[in-house]
Design a protein around this ligand. Structure first.
Ligand code: AQP
Length: 349
């Protein structure tokens, strides 16, 4: 089985899809459609790893799955040319995750910082799924033998674990991979694509904390569904410092809030931070914030209204997910058959 260049990435349907998800991930998903075969997945099985209060229960999960799908499409992902689907419709994700559970080492998972952050102080109460999250993520990617994974900076460590799992599988089963005629390497080592000026968008209330769906303060993030007035209000209230904006990028050092807002402006306008500072440097935050509001509203409003239109027709969204899952399953089934042969599982035909 030849390795083809393929992109895979996922977004959890845990509600409050925000500007960080958009700039850190979805914008790059859209760009990569020009150069790669892409699979974009609503990772509903990952959502279950958190307490039910976080993902909201069955009705919310289904609603949020459709909303993330709508966000993909409203942002410019073409579900006909590429594959858009939800993870739970392709059972091979769980099947491959089990095999990878037996390849990954406990010591590797113990180093995962996201588990430590999300589990908090009471680790004993965290779900086993939350601990195992990065192994399922490795299965998501490697099931399609994806070579490139566009993600925000927070997923870098998980991607490294996926690479370690691919390498260990290839080593552990090297003889079997060769004897089945799959060459030297069965799973590629997926490359993280962490690009652009906003790979880590920070909270509007605290420039040292990541913008996140689960932040208790809605003012900390711009949701993709926020209307123009809400966006304006949140940006005007965003924390800043008393100094004017610097004229050069190095002046943003140790000024996390200023750095964040300039990064958001740069990413939304497709410019570099230094270019943005060339225009706004030396000025007060108030006028920069006005320009940022205008830009954010111009970019996000069309996406919000298209999302609204799409979620009003759930059966249309479901048909996109069903069609995508059928096409994803065709690839996944091939990988799973080969993986079972490599491992030595006896199977029909
Ligand atoms: N603040 C961010 N800046 C840049 N990229 C981000 N991503 C998330 N937050 C930021 C990227 O968005 C993609 C989808 O993320 P996810 O929803 O699957 O999971 P997450 O990283 O756990 O997202 P959140 O919003 O931070 O959720 P909670 O609050 O539940 O932890 C990923 O590529 C991610 O890197």
């Amino acid at each position: 089985m030849a390795i083809v260049e393929r992109v895979f990435s996922g977004v959890q349907p845990t509600g409050n899809l925000h500007l960080g998800n958009y700039l850190g991930a979805i914008v790059n998903f859209v760009k990569l459609q020009e150069t790669h075969n892409c699979l974009y997945c609503v990772v509903d099985m990952h959502a279950l790893t958190q307490p039910v209060e976080v993902w909201g229960g069955p009705t919310e999960l289904a609603r949020n799955t459709r909303e993330v799908t709508a966000a993909f499409i409203a942002s410019g992902i073409d579900p006909k040319k590429h594959i858009v689907f939800n993870q739970s419709q392709v059972h091979e994700h769980a099947e491959l995750a089990w095999i990878f559970n037996c390849v990954a080492r406990v010591g590797w998972l113990n180093r995962m910082t996201q588990f430590k952050e999300k589990a908090g102080k009471d680790r004993e109460a965290a779900s086993v799924g939350l601990y195992d999250y990065p192994v399922l993520m490795a299965a998501d990617i490697l099931l399609y033998r994806a070579t490139d994974v566009p993600v925000g900076d927070d997923q870098k460590q998980h991607l490294e674990l996926s690479r370690d799992i691919a390498q260990k599988f290839n080593n552990d089963f090297g003889d079997s991979i060769r004897s089945h005629g799959f060459g030297e390497v069965f799973f590629p080592q997926p490359e993280p694509l962490i690009t652009g000026p906003a790979t880590r968008v920070m909270s509007l209330r605290d420039g040292t904390k990541k913008m996140s769906k689960s932040d208790a303060s809605d003012n900390s993030r711009i949701n993709l569904t926020d209307d123009a007035d809400t966006i304006a209000q949140k940006i005007r209230k965003a924390k800043t410092d008393p100094e004017p904006l610097p004229s050069e990028e190095k002046g943003l050092e140790a000024r996390p809030e200023a750095d964040n807002l300039v990064g958001i402006y740069a990413a939304l306008s497709g410019r570099s931070k230094s270019d943005v500072l060339g225009e706004f440097g030396g000025g007060q935050f108030s006028s920069f914030k006005n320009a940022l509001v205008e830009l954010c509203v111009a970019k996000l409003s069309p996406i919000a209204s298209e999302m609204k239109r799409l979620v009003a027709d759930p059966s249309h969204v479901d048909s996109i997910l069903i069609d995508g899952a059928d096409r994803a399953r065709a690839i996944a089934a091939e990988t799973m058959k080969a993986t079972k042969d490599i491992v030595g599982f006896v199977r029909k035909g």
